[in-house]
Design a protein. Structure first.
Length: 107
């Protein structure tokens, strides 16, 4: 029967201290990398430019400009736009197939 050699308490404590030191060094390295990553992320956000705004701080999305002209919520305006697109599609379908619109109502 082979028994594992027992380590003395001093050896175990020395190993634990070495592991703790390595862990603390790794945590410090990760914290430094995290700070660098956050700095890069804020720098990218500051320079962020989209296709339309070209870095203009007063840029407003054209869709938001439409919403500002009507006293409706975004959801209500989205429903209205969907209904209008549906009507356009209906009339295009009826026109392409030469179906009279008022003929649908028996007239």
């Amino acid at each position: 029967m082979s028994e594992e050699p027992t380590k003395s308490t001093a050896q175990r404590e020395a190993e634990l201290a070495a592991r703790e030191a390595a862990l603390a060094a790794r945590e410090a390295e990760l914290a430094r990398e995290q700070v660098e990553l956050e700095a890069q992320r804020t720098a990218v956000q500051d320079e962020k430019r989209s296709f339309l705004n070209n870095g203009d701080p007063n840029f407003k999305n054209p869709k938001e400009k439409i919403y500002d002209h009507f006293p409706l919520t975004v959801h209500q305006l989205d429903i209205l736009i969907a209904v209008l697109f549906g009507l356009i599609a209906l009339f295009l379908f009826l026109g392409v197939n030469h179906i009279p619109f008022f003929g649908l109502f028996g007239g």
